[in-house]
Design a protein around this ligand. Structure first.
Ligand SMILES: *Cc1c(COP(=O)(O)O)cnc(C)c1O
Length: 469
């Protein structure tokens, strides 16, 4: 064995102790860590010939890299839709690295850790009150989940013409209908060879909505004259957390032949609260659903899952099987994750979620969701009370989409946000909503409290004065 590796192996307890202490210090200091910074490194560092050992690498990390870290898992990082690791999810994540499993098969091939993934998906279905008619698996994020689901949808579309697109390539124009898709679904259309411009935009519903207009949807369906299509619908749009009407879409599913995909990356968690569950009523009728865990489930990054109806398992295997590697087994007889999703080797990505579900239970996640929604309302009210802001859309769940009041202030929105973000006290993201420049604050993180809203409002009030808005 290489002597540095041998030394590290002998010193493993000490090394992990140091890493643990470092983790504790980071988490204890999260509140004082800025949400943005301007630190840089020169990334041209030369590779050393001889290994330094873990502890020396840790020293260099602390000196050069640690200053780059921002409080993205902290309570005032409201940009994008961002959760933050909980204690249980960190335990699961650490152990996933320590145990270093490759969850694939449930029967053979040197391990059965895929059963842990099965169990986790099964508990997630219970959390979201979805039926067991769905099969699921873990991928790195909602983007890859959309890709996986739409990949199976593409295969379904070909099958309607008796064609196998996975084998022979796409030989029919694929009809896609959607109203307010997330950019990652469009990216998936590009990756799947369908084409990022090849979709039909359906109107949104009347009255400041991002949800699909059902009447316009049906008009467009009829224009297809009975041809099949793929519907990409939304459970939670990123600007205003709007939801398509799933009960109405279910009715259309009885009349027309289409693959129904729901991007429920964060909005799916509405199902854990009795209060918000009506938003997803009827979603169990979908063929496939995307859900992110590194958002409202508050686990570390690279965690999302797809759900596809079990009836479609053959299509899924046709799409993702490793067909020229006989040693991997027959996909149908012998379930193996590497034949149903994009990646082959994967880490035990289910483990942080498994720990979180056991540790916090349904009540824990219901509390996180309801607390986030309440904080969104508080923040919205505080903005209105302050007087210099206006909401661009009603607050339906956890996202607040707002801007500086008055058309004359439109040109100041970007500057206002960048100076605000530079304070390091809060981080929000810019957007454009109905042709107006706006700012989004998304409440997802389990740590956020009303005190955070007070801190942010104080910063915002000061800025309004400083920038003479
Ligand atoms: C965040 C998000 C995505 C993309 O998720 P990643 O985890 O970044 O890949 C897709 N759809 C919706 C609705 C989202 O909110």
């Amino acid at each position: 064995m290489n002597p540095v590796l041998q030394h590290d192996l002998n010193d493993i307890e000490n090394i992990l102790d140091k890493a643990k202490q470092q983790g504790i210090d980071f988490l204890n200091n999260l509140d004082n860590t800025p949400t943005s910074n301007t630190e840089t490194i020169d990334p041209t560092r030369d590779l050393n010939e001889l290994g330094l050992g873990s502890l020396s690498a840790l020293s260099e990390f602390n000196e050069r890299l640690a200053p780059l870290m921002v409080a993205s898992s902290g309570s005032r990082y409201w940009g994008f839709v961002t959760g933050g690791s909980t204690p249980a999810s960190i335990v699961g994540d650490w152990l996933a690295s320590v145990c270093d499993q490759n969850p694939q098969a449930i029967k053979t091939q040197g391990g059965t850790s895929a059963l842990i993934e099965f169990e986790t998906i099964n508990m997630l279905l219970q959390l979201l009150e979805l039926p067991k008619t769905f099969h699921g698996g873990f991928v790195t994020g909602a983007t890859m989940s959309n890709f996986t689901c739409l990949g199976v949808a593409r295969q379904w579309f070909g099958a309607q013409f008796g064609k196998d697109f996975a084998k022979n390539g796409i030989s029919e124009t694929i009809n896609i209908l959607t109203a307010t898709p997330h950019s990652s679904s469009i990216k998936s259309l590009s990756m799947l060879g369908i084409g990022s411009q090849n979709y039909t935009v359906i109107k949104t519903a009347e009255g400041n909505r991002e949800a699909i207009d059902i009447v316009d949807l049906e008009k467009n369906i009829q224009a297809l004259n009975g041809k099949p299509f793929i519907l990409i619908s939304s459970a939670g749009t990123v600007n205003t957390a709007d939801f398509d009407d799933f009960e109405e879409i279910s009715k259309l599913k009885e009349k027309y032949s289409f693959w129904w995909h729901i991007d429920a990356a964060f909005g799916g968690f509405a199902a854990v609260s009795d209060k918000f569950k009506p938003l997803v009523e009827g979603w169990e009728g979908a063929d496939s659903i995307t859900i992110d865990c590194h958002k409202w489930l508050n686990v570390p990054y690279e965690s999302a899952f797809y759900l596809v109806k079990k009836d479609h398992m053959n299509l899924q295997i046709e799409t993702f099987q490793n067909s020229n590697a006989p040693y991997l087994g027959n996909a149908l007889d012998n379930f193996n994750y590497l034949n149903v999703l994009p990646e082959n080797s994967r880490r035990l990505r289910a483990l942080p979620v498994w720990f979180s579900l056991l540790a916090y239970g349904k009540q824990g996640f219901c509390d996180i969701v309801e607390n986030s929604a309440l904080l969104a309302l508080h923040f919205g009210n505080a903005l209105i009370e302050e007087g210099d802001f206006e909401l661009l859309a009603p607050i339906r769940l956890n996202n607040v989409c707002f801007t500086l009041k008055g058309e004359h202030n439109q040109e100041k929105v970007s500057q206002f946000l960048s100076v605000l973000n530079d304070t390091g006290k809060v981080f929000m993201t810019p957007t454009v909503y109905q042709n107006r420049k706006g700012i989004r604050a998304s409440f997802v993180n389990w740590r956020t409290t009303e005190n955070d809203i007070r801190i942010v409002m104080d910063e915002m009030k000061n800025l309004i004065l400083d920038l003479e808005i």
